[in-house]
Ligand binder design. Structure first.
Ligand SMILES: Cc1cc2nc3c(=O)[nH]c(=O)nc-3n(C[C@H](O)[C@H](O)[C@H](O)COP(=O)(O)OP(=O)(O)OC[C@H]3O[C@@H](n4cnc5c(N)ncnc54)[C@H](O)[C@@H]3O)c2cc1C
Length: 559
């Protein structure tokens, strides 16, 4: 196992800023500070992107629904960040055409913008449709404010709507279609942001499987989760970016806060070609009668269906329950009544907790999605900044804001903005057919086309780095044509693989697509054993752990 980063933390146990939490917001803040030349360190208790960041609905969106709460700042920032991410991370962030079906008999359907615009809930009548249009105009105006040429929304009547989406319920009255985006590989995008941070300055260090155990008189105690060893670490600013765990982290530091009120959201992933075809390549997005926003959309050749919004106790694991699955099946039936779905078509389930602010009586679906930063002075010379909230979509802007507050405390100023700076394998990523053909042609002597495609999708233009490392004679695995023995060794050396399960869920998306088998788990374990330094007992324990994580957290039972 390569734990160079941990060794660097131990060898020089101090930094100006210590970021705690390796979700997208912690990692993005780490990258921002590293880019400013700050001596910055990051620790993540588990693997990077294993919290809410690995459990989102994968939408990179303005959040049309937040208009109803009057969250104009957030919607404006979000649509601009969405547009920007399409340019700076084109390897993982893709345009997503989104269609809202409007049925006259659906009482809750898109009442959200209606509520905002009329200040009362109303049934989506023809008048409702006109108001939805007004909401979409507002959304498009925000998207175009910085001069970007974002496609404008369109509205269609029943006949045209059913021509586009023939499986839609027959009594659809209108469809409203607009343009958002989705992140296809959030785990790898987080790793790319991390890599950019690590490369930005020599002092930047980050390790997964290391947790903040406590802070005494301004000195943090860090614990290696894989060995249990502890060591002290000093920093002038501690950034608590532990998402929905912020209050639990504070409790470990002896601070009793009630700043967060996370809500659980689950998703299922279906291998269902008929449903996939019915979506017509779009996200079908609507509000259910219970006020929850529901989505059904194509993702990596599968169909992603979500989500729920339920109060959750952070001391308990978040898992997708049978009731939630039944709820999703019901929703699919409401939109595509002729398409049947069954449990066997579910290839993956996942669940996570949104790091929302404490919301007392406000219904979960209506809690602000905007973020806040709370300051706590730990000693005269140590400050803690706690992040409350923060969507995936706005991570770059949020990092500038949060990192900027750390800079202010340190008496430093911003030297470089991250705005418009390409991320990882998004640099020079081929975005049209001509560029794509040229990219493949320039590498056709290095690997077969199918293998190049896997690497380009997985690493963006970082594929060149991997190709250089794996050499020309890769041995593909017996139980997956998408991984090679040499690539596994690359992942151990360069991507901080800490546990076997990391390979299936966060270094590749094989688990998400339902492509992990027991044979594959055994095969990958056998190749990782030597580079990871596992003996037979540890290898067997890693296999058991992978099987139980897949079964208990993702509903994947491997026979
Ligand atoms: C169901 C759901 C759907 C969502 N859909 C969308 C969407 O479509 N679009 C969108 O923009 N946003 C969406 N979000 C919101 C978004 O995913 C989150 O707000 C965002 O990922 C939060 O990132 P984070 O880094 O702040 O927190 P997290 O990703 O939760 O990261 C916090 C990290 O801190 C670590 N940690 C905790 N305690 C310690 C400790 N003591 N020491 C070290 N590490 C610690 C945890 O292991 C965790 O990895 C969704 C969220 C959920 C749950």
């Amino acid at each position: 196992m390569n734990r160079d980063q941990l060794e660097q933390l131990r060898a020089r146990p101090k930094a100006r800023v210590l970021v705690v939490g390796g979700g997208i917001n912690g990692v993005a803040t780490f990258r921002y500070l590293a880019t400013q030349g700050i001596d910055v360190a990051l620790v993540e208790r588990g693997d990077y992107c294993q919290g809410a960041s690995g459990a989102s609905s994968h939408m990179i969106h303005g959040g049309i629904r937040y208009l109803e709460n009057g969250e104009f700042r957030l919607v404006h920032e979000s649509v601009q960040e969405r547009n920007s991410l399409l340019e700076i991370a084109p390897h993982y962030v893709k345009p997503l055409q989104t269609t809202i079906p409007i049925f006259s008999t659906f009482s809750g359907m898109l009442s959200a913008p209606i509520r905002f615009l009329t200040h009362k809930s109303g049934k989506p009548t023809e008048r409702g449709a006109a108001l939805i249009k007004a909401g979409l105009i507002m959304y498009d105006v925000f998207a175009g404010i910085d001069g970007r040429n974002t496609p404008w929304h369109n509205f269609k009547g029943s006949k045209a709507a059913r021509k586009d989406l023939p499986e839609l319920r027959e009594d659809v009255k209108y469809t409203a279609t607009y343009f958002d985006a989705s992140v296809h590989n959030p785990e790898r995008l987080t790793l790319d942001v991390l890599r950019d941070g690590l490369g930005a300055n020599d002092q930047a260090r980050a390790s997964n499987y290391v947790e903040l155990a406590t802070v005494t008189d301004g000195t943090a105690t860090l614990r290696d989760v894989l060995t249990g060893e502890q060591f002290d670490f000093q920093a002038e600013v501690i950034i608590n970016a532990t998402g929905a765990w912020v209050d639990l982290t504070n409790a470990e530091l002896g601070k009793n806060t009630k700043w967060t009120g996370g809500t659980k959201g689950s998703h299922i992933v279906l291998d269902h070609p008929e449903l996939l075809a019915a979506t017509g390549g779009r996200e079908i997005f609507f509000e259910n009668e219970d006020g929850r926003i529901v989505l059904i959309y194509p993702m990596l050749g599968r169909v992603l269906v979500g989500t729920t919004d339920l109060e959750h106790d952070m001391r308990e694991p978040a898992v997708c329950t049978d009731e939630e699955v039944a709820y999703f099946f019901d929703l699919i039936g409401q939109v595509f009544p002729r398409i049947s779905v069954s449990e066997e078509q579910i290839v993956y389930k996942f669940s996570g907790v949104r790091p929302l602010p404490n919301h007392d009586d406000t219904a979960p679906g209506f809690v602000s999605r905007d973020y806040q930063v709370r300051e706590t002075r730990l000693t005269d010379s140590t400050m803690m900044l706690s992040l409350i909230g923060g969507k995936w979509t706005t991570f770059r802007a949020l990092a500038e804001n949060l990192g900027g507050k750390a800079l202010a405390f340190l008496g430093e100023s911003e030297k470089h903005s991250t705005q418009g700076v390409a991320i990882g394998g998004g640099k020079k990523f081929p975005t049209n057919e001509g560029q794509l053909a040229a990219w493949y042609a320039a590498r056709e002597d290095r690997a077969p086309h199918a293998r190049l495609r896997v690497l380009l999708e997985r690493y963006g233009t970082g594929a060149d780095r991997v190709l250089a490392e794996v050499g020309e004679h890769e041995e593909l695995l017996t139980h997956s044509s998408e991984l090679s023995v040499q690539e596994l060794s690359y992942l151990v050396t360069h991507e901080q693989v800490g546990r076997l399960i990391d390979v299936f869920i966060r270094r590749t998306n094989l688990a998400f697509r339902g492509l992990v088998t027991k044979d594959l788990v055994n095969e990958v374990a056998s190749h990782l054993a030597v580079p990871m330094g596992w003996d037979q007992t540890q290898t067997a324990a890693e296999i058991d752990n992978s099987l139980s994580v897949l079964a208990e957290s993702h509903g994947v039972i491997l026979a």
